[in-house]
Design a protein around this ligand. Structure first.
Ligand SMILES: Cc1cc2nc3c(=O)[nH]c(=O)nc-3n(C[C@H](O)[C@H](O)[C@H](O)COP(=O)(O)O)c2cc1C
Length: 342
């Protein structure tokens, strides 16, 4: 596809802009609910992401000043700006509420606002938000306009190609969100919402949208290895790629794409990075909550240690049971020993 255009394609390491905001390269950390807090975004930046998007945050919870939402989900740290700007993703269906939430996100330090129009979770869709907006274009356009007014920042939208297989309403909506709503970029996840995160993304649809829009199209879906991501980027002509599950516990994927590292990390590097994650989780949530929260992160890192299956299983089970962070750190030290002396 597009063989003639390839020589003029930018590299993943070249900058691009979303409205007035310059992004130093074309590697974006996807919004990841329950995961994409300030330190996960910072981690992606340390390894080479040029832009990181927050987990989705409820516009209602912000507008009604929910304490934990403001303190934790809307927390932006100066340290995470090291490699590029920060985008806060909001979800909701009420333009008034969205205006107020976008203002608060800008006040918290966001450089960009992203609106979620792809979440398939029934509770979200029943409220008219997420993927339900694919079938409510007038409201979707009003939400973009409201977020722009409230934040005075460039507003992007992340959406699906459609709600059900074979539908492509998301592509039509993306065109309208840019032309009528003033969206400054579109992140397309070309799987229908009904498929959740399963099945092959339709990259041809992303190529089609990129050819039609004169604002950046960021492609999400199926970004797993450096080689495959480079091929998809070249094949589709999108402005940037968005890494999601492929980057979980694997910030080295950013480093490979940014040209900073070639191969996979050593076991020592994985353990050191997990130790960094533990320390940041403690800083974010306090030791007690961090202990529980980290259970989600451990499997991603343990899987990269190159341990024999039984050893990996045993180490993971002990980490999951660790009652204190000191215990977790002690287990990491043992993990290093297991590796050195299998
Ligand atoms: C655990 C998890 C949480 C997610 N949370 C969000 C979210 O908050 N907002 C959003 O727009 N997409 C969310 N997504 C979708 C991802 O951003 C991405 O579009 C999707 O995983 C496809 O990319 P992948 O195949 O490379 O993982 C989430 C996906 C996963 C797996």
């Amino acid at each position: 596809m597009q063989a003639t255009a390839q020589s003029t394609l930018p590299s993943l390491q070249e900058p691009f802009s979303i409205g007035s905001v310059r992004i130093p390269n074309r590697l974006v950390l996807a919004p990841l609910a329950g995961i994409g807090n300030w330190f996960v975004r910072w981690q992606a930046k340390r390894y080479g992401a040029g832009l990181a998007v927050s987990e989705m945050v409820s516009s209602h919870a912000i507008a009604y000043r929910n304490r934990r939402t403001l303190a934790e989900l809307l927390r932006i740290e100066e340290r995470e700006r090291c490699g590029g700007p920060v985008s806060i993703q909001l979800f909701g269906a009420d333009p008034q509420v969205m205006r107020s939430a976008a203002r608060a996100a800008a006040g918290a330090g966001a450089d960009l606002i992203d609106l979620n129009m792809g979440c398939p979770v029934p509770k979200v869709c029943r409220s008219g938000a997420g993927a339900a907006l694919l079938e409510d274009p007038e409201r979707a356009i009003a939400l973009v306009a409201a977020a722009r007014e409230g934040s005075c920042l460039p507003v992007t939208v992340k959406l699906r190609c459609g709600r059900r297989a074979g539908e492509r309403g998301g592509v039509e909506l993306a065109l309208r969100l840019v032309r009528e709503g003033g969206a400054a970029a579109v992140a397309l996840h070309p799987r229908p919402a009904s498929a959740r995160h399963a099945g092959a993304p339709d990259y041809a649809l992303a190529a089609e949208l990129a050819a039609q829009l004169d604002v950046p199209v960021i492609l999400s879906g199926g970004m797993r290895s450096a080689e495959q991501i480079r091929a998809v980027f070249a094949q589709t002509g999108v402005a940037a790629v968005m890494l999601a599950r492929g980057s979980l516990g694997n910030p080295w994927l950013f480093a490979q794409l940014a040209g900073k590292e070639q191969g996979p990390p050593s076991a020592e590097a994985v353990l050191e990075e997990l130790s960094w994650v533990i320390a940041r989780a403690q800083e974010h949530l306090g030791a007690e909550r961090a202990c529980r929260y980290l259970r989600k992160h451990y499997p991603w890192y343990v899987a990269r240690l190159g341990l024999a299956k039984a050893q990996a299983r045993a180490l993971l089970a002990r980490l999951q049971r660790a009652a204190t962070l000191e215990q977790a750190w002690a287990l990491l030290a043992q993990g290093a020993h297991m590796r050195a002396d299998p």
